[in-house]
Design a protein around this ligand. Sequence first.
Ligand code: ATP
Ligand code: MG
Length: 590
Amino acid sequence: PAAPSAPAMLAPAAAPATPAPPPALDANGQVRPIYLTPPQTLSGTGPVIGIDLGTTNSCVALLSNGRPIVLRSREGYNTIPSVISLNAQNKLLVSHRAKNQLVLRPTHTIYGAKRLVGRPYDSAVVKQVRERFHYEITPDAAGRAAVRLGNDVLSLEEVQGIILRECKEMAETHLNQKVERAVVTVPAYYSEPQREAVRKAGTMAGLKVERILNEPTSAALAYGLNRELNKKVLVYDLGGGTFDATILRIEKNVFEVLGTGGDIFLGGIDFDNLIVDFLLERFQEKEGIAFSGDGIALSRVGDAAERAKMALSERNTFEVHIPMLMMDDGGRPRDLRVMMSRQDLEKICDPLLNRTIDVVRDVLLDSKLRAADVDDIILVGGMSRMPLVREKLKGLFGKNAQASVNADEAVALGAALYSGSVDKVSSVVLIDVLPMTIGVAMPGGGFKRVIERNSPLPAQRSFAISTSQDNEERMELSIFQGEDNHISANEYLGTVRVEGLPKGPKGSVRVAVTLKLDSECVLHVEAREYSTRKEVKATLATRYSPEELQKQLQVSKEAMSAAEERRGADLKDRAGRFWGFVKKALGRGK
Ligand SMILES: Nc1ncnc2c1ncn2[C@@H]1O[C@H](COP(=O)(O)OP(=O)(O)OP(=O)(O)O)[C@@H](O)[C@H]1O
Ligand SMILES: [Mg+2]
């Protein structure tokens, strides 16, 4: 079912005439792939390609005679839109052809999957996205977010997999040989389950993900590999869906992350939404009636908003004209015609850009550096082309950003450079950090921090737990990631089950649990019984539903909703203005 709180205009004729068949689930309750037939085995040999799997655009690069090159799409572009769509004939379209459907068939066009992948349906993040995206998001049997496309339900791994398959095919066409291996990049701020989801998406596409690389680290590689540098650099990456700020120390070919921060809800999409807001306000002023168009009309405004934003990076004024945006009560067509200046745009974008600067300041603090200690600024992501971005950074650092780095290609180029190190012992050393604290749940729902954010990777910490009942043979420990003191506002990673404990009175059996993060930020768990020093089985396989967890940890409903409120309010606050206006325009909000 569509989100009940979403304005009706968001789902134009979205309800299918006949109820869709239930999604086909596999033995694990996961949605079965419909469009992808994953190969049984992946050879693990042959060329390795680099893929920047972006929220809005993806980019493929590979090493050719030792130099990284970006591949062109069929249509001749250096990046492809990360969009899939079902056309009126029920044919699956990918990339450019799919993006063309965004305005025509908004409910059948899936974009922004990167924001949703690896997330529970019930999370505040998914709730927030559901209110804003035009396609339908539903839970799968395991409670994860999935999407409906026509009569089918797709997992987000499959959506990402379809985009990765397109990337793989581009490389195969270029190389004229099979490609089964890739280095794929993710935001530094990605959580553990999201990283796992990317690996799975790769496998579904027939790609073995040899390494997951953080986007800023990858951009820094493109900038500094084999250049004998000795510098501290800031990578400022403002893309379509996420913002990352990372400070690295580059010493010859050692790339060490000193601090990272970001916002998974700050990207071009959010700027576009504010511009839509502005355009609709102007429309109302000029036409004397409120905008009351349907989802298609709203998509057209979104499209125009993005065009205006991009044009205003190059020029000072831009006329937005959308013919026949909607019909008025008298059945007359009304156009939207607004002259926008760069000043208008900068006024709209200022608060969002200030948030990125706040993040940069935090990262400086975390890295124990002053602005003057940063030698170079590397701009990544399409949004960083906005002149105001450069201005704000110049205000903080007193110097201009590097012009040598291509904002759209740097991440993929870095991944391609790194792909050259996958098969050999190499002199390239990457030292990343943990982006968000990992810890365990306490009875009642408190969050005990175990590995603090910004700890260098690999990292490991141990702690002791003891039995709370006589002859207890197994104990469980739920792991979360985030910065809140209550687990409900953090992300659930899974539950560790420690089994095969010796019998004894309660409290007498003690177990040392070790959480280990490898250099790719993948979590491993080990447990050792104290008296015998024997290793006991510990697996991070179990995932409880929110209700089961709540019961097991005896979390009160009040504490849980208070924490969720905190997280939800934070997200709402960030995205709220847009919907506030649309609701106003529809005469149903405050
Ligand atoms: N010249 C420009 N001026 C302003 N914004 C631009 C310009 N060119 C592209 N953009 C914006 O950049 C965004 C896309 O950036 P990019 O392709 O780097 O994102 P992405 O890599 O897909 O996303 P992410 O890295 O967040 O996953 C879009 O919102 C687009 O409107
Ligand atoms: Mg990007």
